[in-house]
Design a protein around this ligand. Structure first.
Ligand SMILES: Nc1ncnc2c1ncn2[C@@H]1O[C@H](COP(=O)(O)OP(=O)(O)OP(=O)(O)O)[C@@H](O)[C@H]1O
Length: 246
């Protein structure tokens, strides 16, 4: 009998990340900002996770810590068997280079480089990358390789950013408002490229959004409130990006 994988299985599969008691406090002179107030989590390998919550509730802070761009003030974080919170800066950089890709709201492409050259910035230093041209094919931009960012639409520029992030075959893609600057049609195209990276490369996706419709494409949704995960929803089935009501 064929085995089926439910979303619940994916979220409890061998975890990619585990964290306990994550706190992040910013000292602002006389006052302190408690951006994270004690977060425990597990994120399954290959899971699609959406982070929702009001502005200032701690989503980006958590994403930056789990993606090893930032360190917590307290708490422990593991990626598989490696305790990230015990690594020095050099080792954290190596971890990021080997395992993770980032996509931000504003595409952060280098304006003087073509689409292909922007992707090559990553493939030139990665261990086992796919060719830049193949990454651009995967996001549907095979015919735009020689275009400069200014010659591409916003959605196309974001797809170049997705190609750059997936070209090194990352285990995890961190996406902070990846469709925040896009209309529904181009936003859905970008989400389709992310869903493909999950389906074809097995990349775990962690997506911050203010668009609650996007939560439908997740295995689970973490709802943030005031520096904590206030609730977790499990979707029994994931919808395709084309079915999202924007
Ligand atoms: N570098 C910093 N210095 C001081 N305070 C910070 C810093 N970065 C974030 N904060 C504060 O930490 C809290 C959480 O911020 P965070 O960016 O994680 O929220 P968010 O949920 O991602 O918000 P948004 O949806 O608006 O992006 C906020 O109160 C924010 O002002």
């Amino acid at each position: 009998m064929a085995e089926t994988t439910t979303n619940r299985d994916r979220s409890t599969a061998q975890p990619a990340f585990r964290a306990t008691g994550l706190r992040k406090t910013y000292d602002m002179g006389e006052t302190q900002v408690h951006a994270l107030r004690g977060v425990d989590l597990e994120i399954g390998a290959g899971e699609v996770l959406v982070l929702l919550g009001p502005s200032g509730s701690g989503k980006s802070t958590l994403l930056n810590i789990v993606g090893a761009l930032d360190r917590p003030t307290a708490g422990q974080l593991w990626y598989e068997d490696t305790e990230l919170t015990a690594l020095n800066d050099h080792a954290l950089t190596r971890f990021r280079r080997a395992h993770v890709g980032f996509i931000f709201q504003f595409y952060n492409l280098i304006p003087s480089l073509t689409a292909e050259e922007n992707v090559r910035l990553v493939t030139d230093i990665a261990t086992d990358p796919m060719p830049a041209a193949e990454a651009l094919e995967l996001v549907g931009l095979g015919d735009r390789r020689a275009h400069f960012p200014a010659q591409l639409s916003g959605g196309e520029q974001q797809r170049v950013a997705v190609a750059r992030a997936i070209a090194k075959r990352p285990h995890v893609l961190f996406c902070d408002e990846p469709t925040g600057a896009l209309d529904s049609k181009t936003g859905i195209k970008v989400l389709e490229t992310l869903a493909n990276a999950n389906a074809e490369l097995g990349a775990t996706l962690i997506i911050i959004t203010h668009n609650a419709g996007i939560a439908g494409m997740a295995d689970r949704v973490f709802n943030f409130l005031d520096g904590r995960i206030a609730s977790i929803e499990v979707n029994e089935t994931r919808i395709a990006p084309s079915e999202i009501s924007w």
